[in-house]
Every structure is written in structure tokens, then in C-alpha cells.
Design a protein around this ligand. Structure first.
Ligand code: PGA
Length: 254
């Protein structure tokens, strides 16, 4: 079984206009001629997907969306389908991010349906799960995340190219991260849940960590056994810090 390279994915959230592409130009210049590193993706706001896709064409950087609906088309003002993101140049899409679960009440069932829709449109979904601070304090982190993984992958083909991202809600944008032991424990529980629901194929689905990943902590987090990459928010907005995280991942590529 060949190990796929780790994925370092940027989640720009609601940040970025034309001038932000200068950061990507800097990143492209830094990555130029580097080979054998991790897979790198940037998920900008939808308005920049097409421009970013044009800019990074022919480079190692891939483009992703931040959310999609499960439906193919229809009366859903303001929303985008997976096929629209693919049409604009995306290769991946984040689904079930906790900010969408919180702001729009998106559920595990919807995340699973969106992941299937993404795969149908040729996109690789990054399915996000993670416990709240209260759940962690109650000692429920592992059970909550296992349940989310099972429900958010229900009906998704076990051989489909998809990622799980473990993002503890309290770690997102807070500067806080779980201990390395806690990250390792949840990732290993996710691996167990995937294996239970998908059989052997569950061993091959990469699991990302997200939540306050920085150049300072990326090396230690990415060195953990079941951590196959990172989903990076704040630290992905500047080329220098995102590049430093990518370089930390390079050490994991054999
Ligand atoms: P953060 O965000 O790196 O700013 O904590 C991560 C995410 O929400 O994907």
C-alpha cells in the first residue's frame, strides 16, 4: 500500500479579494522547482476560485471550495452546487465545517449528502468533524467525533477519494490546540470508526488535523502517526506562514 502524500489545505474562509492573490504569487515563487512535497490546496472564497485556478494552473497548488449544497440545481438563493465549483476550477471541497454547522445548522446528514454530491461532480470532499469545548470537558470528545464520522460519511462510497478533517471547535481560530496525545487519540478513534464502517478501505482514507495550526506547531502535529495533513485557516492567509507549514509537511513525505 503506497502512502499518499500529506495534504496541506488552506481554508481562507471569508477572506480574500483580487489583491490577496499576491500572496499566492509569493507562494508559487517559493514552491517553484520544489518536488516530492505534500499535496497543497487553497480553498478561497467562491468569488476567487476561477481566478485562483487560472493563476495556479500547471503548478502543484490545487483549488478547493469551502462548502456546497447536496442538490444539483434549484431555488437555493446564494448557494452553490458541487458541479458549479468544479466548473469554476475546484478539485476539492470542504463540507460540514463547524462554522457552517453553527451558522446554518448544517447536520451530519447534510455533510454526508454534500460529500456524495461532491464526489459525483468529480470533487474530493474534506469532511470536517470536531467536538465543542463542553463536550471535551465532559470527556466526550472521542465518542462525539466517532459518531460524527459515521454519520457524515454515511452512504459515501468506501473507495471514494475523500478526507476527514478533525477540527476541535474550540481550537479553531483560538490559538489553542489539543495536546499531541489528545490529537493522536482522536485520530486513532477516527481511524477505528472508518475501518468499522468501510472495512479495509477505511485504513486508506487520509485524516487531517485542523485548528490553530501554525509554523510553530505543524512539525509536531504532522509527525503523529495518523495525521495525514492539515487544514489551515488563519496561518494560510500569508504566504510565508503557509509556506512554512508546507515545509514542515515535506519532512513526512518519504
Ligand atoms: P484556524 O482555522 O487554522 O484559523 O484555526 C482552521 C479551520 O477552521 O479550518
Amino acid at each position: 500500500m503506497t502512502q499518499p502524500p500529506p495534504l496541506i489545505a488552506a481554508n481562507w474562509k471569508m477572506n480574500g479579494v483580487e489583491s490577496s492573490l499576491a500572496e499566492v504569487r509569493t507562494l508559487l515563487a517559493r514552491l517553484h522547482e520544489k518536488t516530492g512535497g505534500p499535496r497543497v490546496a487553497i480553498c478561497p472564497p467562491s468569488t476567487l476560485i476561477e481566478r485562483l485556478a487560472r493563476l495556479v494552473k500547471g503548478s502543484i497548488i490545487e483549488v478547493g471550495g469551502q462548502a456546497c449544497r447536496a442538490e444539483a440545481a434549484g431555488a437555493f438563493t446564494g448557494d452553490l452546487s458541487a458541479a458549479m465549483l468544479a466548473d469554476a476550477g475546484a478539485r476539492l471541497v470542504i463540507v460540514g465545517h463547524s462554522e457552517r454547522r453553527a451558522a446554518y445548522g448544517e447536520t451530519d446528514d447534510q455533510a454526508a449528502a454534500q460529500a456524495s454530491a461532491a464526489l459525483g461532480a468529480g470533487l474530493e470532499p474534506i469532511i470536517c468533524v470536531g467536538e465543542s469545548l463542553e463536550q471535551r470537558r465532559r470527556g466526550e470528545a472521542v465518542s462525539v467525533v466517532e459518531r460524527q464520522v459515521r454519520a457524515s460519511t454515511a452512504g459515501v462510497s468506501s473507495t471514494a477519494p475523500m478526507y476527514i478533517a478533525y477540527e476541535p471547535i474550540w481550537a479553531i481560530g483560538s490559538g489553542l490546540t489539543p495536546s499531541l496525545d489528545d490529537i493522536a487519540a482522536v485520530h486513532s478513534a477516527i481511524r477505528g470508526a472508518l475501518r468499522q464502517s468501510m472495512g479495509e478501505a477505511g485504513l486508506e482514507r487520509p485524516i487531517l488535523y485542523g485548528g490553530s495550526v501554525t509554523p510553530a506547531n505543524a512539525g509536531a502535529i504532522l509527525a503523529l502517526a495518523e495525521v495525514d495533513g492539515a487544514l489551515v485557516g488563519g496561518a494560510s492567509l500569508k504566504a510565508e506562514s503557509f509556506y512554512a507549514i508546507i515545509e514542515n509537511a515535506r519532512a513526512r513525505v518519504r
